[in-house]
Design a protein around this ligand. Structure first.
Ligand SMILES: NC(=O)c1ccc[n+]([C@@H]2O[C@H](COP(=O)([O-])OP(=O)(O)OC[C@H]3O[C@@H](n4cnc5c(N)ncnc54)[C@H](OP(=O)(O)O)[C@@H]3O)[C@@H](O)[C@H]2O)c1
Length: 273
């Protein structure tokens, strides 16, 4: 029999739950009986995530928000607390990636990455800690970093993930006297929409690999079946969103005496990026 503390009746916020890894995390938590607050900017995609959770018997709320707006992050926490009385899990997952060099990169791309991947994550951590401290409950904060944080020259995107790890480690030290655990999860390559801003020629390659016909529109999402098809074609070189969801599940189901500071998940045949 398992000694894992169950998740039924708990609450969670998952940012970036309209797509990819965040959607898989939200589905996994929902399937375990967690009330999940889903956020992202695309309403229809968020509703699709919520529909998957409710179809599997779970409970979810959708809040369309840009997490770069600090006030909207507080509303996510409030929604969880109003439903179950406390916030148990906060997953800082939303993120964006733009390629480009330091020498010639675009300031707006840098701003989007820094504000989404770093600043919004800081605000999410603070809002989660305040809510958990207010009730004195055991809680988990999970920050989705990247293996790019293990690489010293992984570009501006990698720099944001180095920042995620430093913030996570710092917060863990700040919370030694609190029953709140903080985990950084560093996935390797996953076929998701994180690549939506790369050169369209690369995305056309992804579509071709999937064997499914689809139009590539720069900056837009690819259909789910295209991403799943590409994943299957490169199964040794990519992990799946569900693999990351498994890691989150592991981190948030340890007994209080066990703290999982970080988890690295790489595909079988690693892609260094
Ligand atoms: N895919 C990989 O290979 C990989 C590897 C390592 C780490 N990661 C990390 O995993 C996390 C999830 O990425 P993913 O791969 O699942 O990519 P994805 O499919 O593009 O999902 C990103 C999510 O973030 C949300 N988001 C982006 N900007 C937002 C904003 N300003 N406000 C609210 N939501 C926002 C998006 O929602 P909307 O579009 O609806 O706003 C979407 O739900 C990211 O932190 C990424 O850096 C990914």
């Amino acid at each position: 029999m398992s000694n894992e503390p169950g998740l039924r009746g708990k609450s969670a916020v998952v940012t970036g739950a309209s797509s990819g890894i965040g959607r898989a995390i939200a589905e996994r938590l929902g399937a375990e009986g967690v009330f999940v607050v889903l956020t992202g900017r695309e309403q229809l995609a968020l509703e699709e995530s919520a529909a998957r959770i409710t179809a599997a018997g779970g409970k979810a709320a959708v809040i369309v928000a840009d997490i770069r707006d600090a006030d909207s992050v507080q509303k996510l926490v409030d929604s969880a607390v109003n439903e179950t009385g406390q916030l148990d899990i906060f997953v800082n997952n939303a993120g964006v990636s733009f390629l480009g060099t330091v020498a010639e990169g675009d300031v707006e791309d840098w701003r989007l990455m820094l504000e989404t991947n770093v600043l919004a994550l800081l605000v999410g951590c603070r809002a989660a800690v305040r809510a958990m401290r207010a009730k004195g409950n055991h809680g988990n904060i999970v920050n989705i970093s990247s293996v790019a944080a293990l690489n010293p020259d992984s570009g501006v995107y990698g720099a944001t993930k180095h920042a995620v790890n430093v913030i996570t480690n710092t917060l863990r030290q700040e919370l030694l006297e609190d029953p709140i655990q903080v985990t950084s999860i560093m996935p390797g390559l996953v076929a998701t929409n994180i690549g939506r801003n790369v050169d369209p020629a690369i995305l056309e390659g992804v579509v071709a690999m999937s064997g499914i016909e689809a139009e590539v529109v720069p900056g837009e999402r690819l259909p789910d079946d295209v991403l799943e098809g590409a994943q299957e074609a490169l199964t040794d070189f990519m992990i799946k969103p569900d693999d990351v969801a498994d890691a989150v599940y592991f981190a948030v189901t340890r007994p209080g005496r066990v703290h999982i500071p970080e988890i690295v998940i790489r595909p079988n045949k690693d892609f260094d990026f």
